[in-house]
Design a binder for this molecule. Structure first.
Ligand code: SF4
Length: 247
């Protein structure tokens, strides 16, 4: 294969990796990163319905930059002697929950779980300008609380969870600490229960107050429109849009 540019090589590598990964991992889970977000979208992903909106390379490139950023931070905290665990997979078979936290570190002799969010400069500043109570969105708090809830089964001494935002444009950082209590953990358990109940009954979940940006970047936008317009059931969506193996 002859490539004309570095960018073409990198794009080809991303395509190749995506095709190598296809079918390797089961989608039959609720992902931590989806909790608190549109439930219909979570259903479409778990149903393994192929995406209808093409993902721009720009998004894949940013994802790779994010991953590379995690590596040096992990090495830094390990070098400083405070790393307890990193990139650890959390699985709960009963609730079909799956997640992976970024870092578990020691701060001031306390066990602290950290989720790192790399943001575009516009997103970082839009968020940072909000009142303090709104700077960490609900779904991000749910994701973080779910990590602490399930990680606590192995690490019962986790005292705090933090979100560490990084502006990839200007290098600015912000860190928010949460001391989650039973109310937040109950919200995680209730969310999983609501998803599982609808799933078991084969009914579409309530969409709820899905933010406009979520629909804008949704990979199943056109299928979702058909569900609305034609009142499609889950089985009809599987039959019409699902991959052959799943029908
Ligand atoms: S388009 Fe919006 S409402 Fe429909 S599945 Fe996607 S995020 Fe949910």
């Amino acid at each position: 294969m002859i490539y004309k540019s570095l960018d073409e090589i990198l794009r080809a590598w991303i395509d190749k990796r995506q095709s190598d990964e296809k079918g390797k991992h089961s989608n039959d889970w609720w992902w931590a990163s989806g909790l608190g977000m549109c439930r219909r979208k979570q259903f479409l992903r778990r149903l393994d319905i192929p995406v209808t909106e093409v993902k721009e390379y720009r998004i894949s490139f940013l994802g790779e930059e994010g991953k590379a950023g995690h590596e040096w931070r992990e090495k830094a905290v390990a070098d400083m002697g405070v790393l307890v665990a990193s990139e650890e997979r959390l699985i709960d078979e009963v609730s079909r929950y799956r997640g992976r936290f970024d870092l578990l570190i020691n701060i001031n002799n306390e066990l602290v779980l950290v989720d790192i969010k790399t943001q575009r400069p516009e997103a970082f500043y839009r968020r940072a300008k909000l009142p303090v109570s709104q700077r960490v969105q609900w779904y991000q708090q749910m994701q973080l609380a779910s990590y602490q809830y399930f990680a606590s089964k192995k690490y019962p001494d986790i005292k705090e969870s933090r979100i560490y935002y990084f502006d990839r444009g200007g290098g600015v950082r912000e860190e928010y600490a949460f001391r989650f209590g039973p109310k937040m953990f109950k919200a995680v358990v209730d969310e999983l229960k609501a998803l599982n109940d609808d799933w078991a009954n084969h009914i579409w979940p309530e969409i709820g107050t899905t933010a406009k940006w979520e629909c804008k970047y949704c990979s199943w936008k056109s299928i979702c429109k058909s569900v609305e317009k034609e009142n499609l059931t889950i089985n009809e969506v599987k039959k019409t849009y699902g991959s052959k193996e799943n029908n």
